[in-house]
Write a protein that binds this ligand. Structure first.
Ligand SMILES: N[C@@H](CCC[C@H](N)C(=O)O)C(=O)O
Length: 326
């Protein structure tokens, strides 16, 4: 089977984008999961954190389905949605669009470049739920905001929310970021367990100064990634709830792959978050896949020239983080 794809990234969270609208692919459900496992494998000629399948929607400009590197499907992906936003808007010649995702139709729009010549999109992160049943997180309470979970740590506090994919967030200090506590907790809750039976994305967040935070995420279905868009959005909201940042104001979110901006909106006890950041293309390729033998070859590959500009944004973000002792 021949498949055309684009490899791209949002804050270094990298994806293979497969257009099922323009190409007459007819994948079965199990094939999408197998393609994700095969092509995302980092020891192969491609490798990525996940696959974004762009499909027709009967009521929106496009539909996104997200598969993690392990073949599991996620309900949402913030960094990936920026790539899908770019692809669909450029295909249709639009500045804004609605993209159907598993649980919501979300607004996306092209924005002024966040850094010189870095193509930038804003995506809506919504709906937000603090009900533990929506993650699910099995505790004897309805929600968890800045509280301890003794099964996971005696020292850390956690907040849990679904945006709508599940996130567990802990606001920590540099010492905890540099320890292996995050890895231990993440592996525990992403292996079979009764507390979080579907696994969870685990983020450690450090408040840097008013309006700036650093977020490091262990992603469900992937492992540690350079950045996770929904995690950065959920973390921004948690810092607002804890009085570290303000709703309706720009929050600079630094990560290991660069920087994005988030703005938290509040209306009648509901929250949504705007996630603004790069949508960078690395290369386009054609792959010849044999799912039976679980093998593929890259039959052609052509580089885009955007990454060198993106690296300037990344260098600036890294210099800021070094100055903050990270
Ligand atoms: N990288 C994504 C989130 C991808 C899905 C996640 N691993 C999950 O299983 O919920 C993002 O940018 O939000």
């Amino acid at each position: 089977m021949l498949i055309d794809l684009i490899k791209g990234h949002g804050s270094g969270n990298d994806f293979l984008v497969i257009d099922e609208i323009a190409n007459a692919y007819s994948f079965s459900e199990s094939e999408r999961a197998e393609i994700a496992r095969l092509l995302c494998n980092r020891s192969s000629d491609l490798g990525a954190d996940g696959i974004l399948f762009i499909m027709k929607s009967d009521h929106a400009e496009g539909r996104m389905r997200v598969f993690n590197a392990d073949g599991s499907e996620a309900s949402m992906c913030g960094n990936g949605l920026r790539l899908v936003a770019r692809y669909v808007c450029e295909m249709l010649g639009f500045q804004e669009a609605i993209i159907e995702t598993m649980k919501a139709d979300l607004k996306v729009s092209k924005q002024e470049d966040i850094f010189v010549n870095v193509t930038t999109y804003q995506v809506e992160i919504s709906p937000v739920s603090f009900h533990l049943a929506d993650l699910p997180l099995n505790l004897n309470e309805d929600n968890l905001l800045n509280e301890k979970i003794p099964e996971l740590s005696d020292e850390l506090t956690f907040s849990a929310l679904a945006v709508p994919n599940p996130h567990l967030i802990s606001i920590v200090e540099t010492e905890q970021l540099k320890s292996d506590i995050q890895k231990q907790i993440s592996e525990k809750v992403n292996n079979p367990n009764e507390l979080l039976p579907d696994g969870v994305n685990v983020s450690f967040v450090k408040s840097l100064e008013k309006g700036s935070i650093y977020v490091n995420t262990f992603e469900r279905g992937v492992g540690f990634t350079n950045a996770c868009g929904t995690a950065m959005s959920a973390s921004s909201l948690v810092t607002c709830l804890q009085g570290l940042n303000e709703v309706e104001e720009i929050i600079n979110v630094y990560n290991n792959g660069g920087k994005v901006q988030c703005v938290v909106h509040e209306s009648e006890e509901n929250y949504s978050i705007d996630l603004i950041g790069n949508a960078t293309y690395l290369y386009k390729a054609e792959v010849d896949i044999d799912l039976g033998s679980e093998k593929f070859v890259v039959s052609s590959k052509e580089d885009f020239t955007e990454q060198s500009t993106y690296e300037k944004l990344q260098a600036e973000a890294q210099a800021y983080l070094r100055g903050a002792g990270l």
